[in-house]
Design a protein around this ligand. Sequence first.
Ligand code: UFG
Length: 328
Amino acid sequence: MSETVLVTGGAGYIGSHACKALRSAGYTPVTFDNLSTGWEAAVKFGPFEQGDLLDRARLDEVFQKHRPVAVMHFAAFSQVGESMQDPGKYWRNNVIGSLTLVEAAVAAGCLNFVFSSTCATYGDQDNVVLDENTPQFPINSYGASKKAIEDILVNFEQAYGLKSVIFRYFNVAGCDPDAEVGEFHQPETHLIPLMLDAIAGKRDALTIFGTDYETPDGTCIRDYVHVCDLVDAHVLGLKWLEGDKGSRVFNLGTGSGFSVREVVDESRAVTNMEVPIVEGARRAGDCTKLVSGSERAVTELGWRPERSTLPLMIADAWKWHQTGHYDK
Ligand code: UFG
């Protein structure tokens, strides 16, 4: 019988891709999700346990039933803007929810933990290449909530020997090239899916948020990583923990930045269709440039991103976009 991994948020965008990667690697992914932003139709690669991170009894039940060898923890709210308007929602779900999960894992003797953190924990350090040693000064509640969970994991290692691999994501993009699972947020706030909606005529235009940044073309620069490469790193992280190599933090980005205009141009080339755009004001909270120093994952984990080129990320997202979405 294959080993089981508890995947919180397994019905979401990244979690569902992780379940597929785990299944391919020979594990049984058990999805734990409250479906607040996820889709039951995305749970295709292992059992589904509906539940909320704040429900300790439900977590205990699921740990007892499935006896996972590790937890992969994706379940979180992740919108920067919303986190500033409703910080309680982020601290309660992300931090108290994660604390409850970590306590349940320790109580069940499940001491391997893979956590999805974010480059938003670094804060607004424009024009700096951010590596894992860069000090973290989050500037929004979302980043602060993820930083707090990182701190919890450090303390739980000291007290109980919980081992963690923490991944700080840059901008995750693209979809499963087989289009079995994909990116579907409601509401959608991310650049590439919004742009594909505009190309497909599902919205009038893509608004470019700010054209007066101090970058070569005036628009923000981000480091985009393909979701399939990202989840492959998680499987490597799991093996790292199983190999008893200790807790470690890894950035997940490619080290290359692309501006919003470059993403628009590439989308035009990939789809061979016009991209209706409108130039708008800056969006509050956006950093000028976020690019990862990402050598550690390559040298230490042996991570080899294979699909994280802009044309492939857009082509995979476009394929999914055309094949339909989940229904609640
Ligand atoms: N953008 C637009 N128009 C849009 C949407 C986005 O111009 O309609 C721009 C943004 O201003 C930004 C870039 O496209 O410059 C990327 O924006 P996304 O919203 O796709 O991604 P973010 O960089 O804002 O956020 C992502 C994750 C967050 C995470 C953050 C860390 O969604 O969860 O990276 O930087 F915190």
